[in-house]
Design a protein around this ligand. Structure first.
Ligand SMILES: [Fe+2]
Ligand SMILES: [Fe+2]
Length: 264
């Protein structure tokens, strides 16, 4: 049985030091096989924020995989945004914006859905291209039958009723169909700062809230998720910040059936 910790939207620049300490304590207790961080590592993509984020990543005792979010692109330094969008990410965080991690029990493929510009005014929106869909599907063609197949992207492929004012990732329908056919089990994301988990097209879409920042939406505490199990059965735990520690509040159990993943 594997154990994966899923963090998101750390937003260095707006981070809460006491929660970072609590998070590191929880991760020490959990000893996850992998820590997945699904974007918005910084608040305004500044050097200082990336340096602080880098120092945090260096403290992690378990392996981690990380992808960018829309906040990791500069919003106001337009020259940087359009000419060198990922220069700081590559300098401080990783040269690989779409990492793939393969372990015995799972494969996780990262997708960078943040965009410099699109056919809309809201620059926070994201998109997955056809070539990115193909690239992800190609990864899962090579995985073993009992390997859990995980896609990690910042922007949402499904939204709960309370968040329908937010935008889904562009080209979502094509991606969901292709991912389902390619045997994807889990799609992990963030962006909404809301924790939720939902079966979609036979897969499980799971989002973590903002794990360490004070950019909270109403009634939503800081949170991260823990994924335990294998390709037959998964327990998705939501860990909420209670003021002094992260505590598990809402485990959901899923079984993989002939019709895909079903909530038990
Ligand atoms: Fe965010
Ligand atoms: Fe975001």
């Amino acid at each position: 049985m594997t154990c994966i910790a899923h963090l998101s939207d750390l937003h260095f620049g707006r981070e809460l030091p006491s929660i970072i300490d609590g998070l590191l304590t929880s991760l020490d207790e959990l000893q996850p096989e992998l820590i997945i961080i699904s974007g918005d590592l910084t608040q305004r993509a500044k050097h200082r924020e990336f340096k602080d984020a880098q120092a945090f990543l260096n403290q992690l005792k378990q392996p981690y995989m990380i992808i960018p979010g829309n906040h990791d692109l500069s919003m106001y330094r337009l020259w940087e945004r359009f000419m060198y969008p990922w220069r700081k990410w590559r300098k401080y965080i990783s040269t690989d914006l779409e990492p793939v991690v393969q372990k015995n029990e799972f494969t996780a493929a990262g997708v960078n859905t943040a965009r410099r510009i699109g056919f809309y005014l809201d620059l926070s929106r994201g998109r997955i291209s056809q070539s990115q869909i193909n690239q992800v599907c190609q990864v899962f063609k090579q995985t073993a039958d009992d390997s859990l197949n995980i896609v990690v992207a910042h922007h949402p492929f499904w939204l709960p009723q309370s968040s329908l004012n937010r935008s889904l990732v562009g080209n979502r329908d094509n991606a969901l169909q292709a991912f389902s056919e390619a045997g994807v089990d889990l799609i992990l994301g963030g962006h909404v700062h809301l924790a939720y988990v939902e079966p979609v097209n036979g897969m499980i879409v799971s989002h973590a809230g903002t794990t360490t920042s004070h950019r909270l939406i109403a009634n939503q505490p800081n949170s991260f998720n823990v994924i335990k199990g294998d390709r037959h059965e998964l327990v998705m735990e939501q860990m909420e910040w209670t003021g002094h520690a992260f505590e598990c509040v809402e485990p959901n159990r899923f079984m993989r059936t002939d019709r895909g993943w079903q909530l038990q």
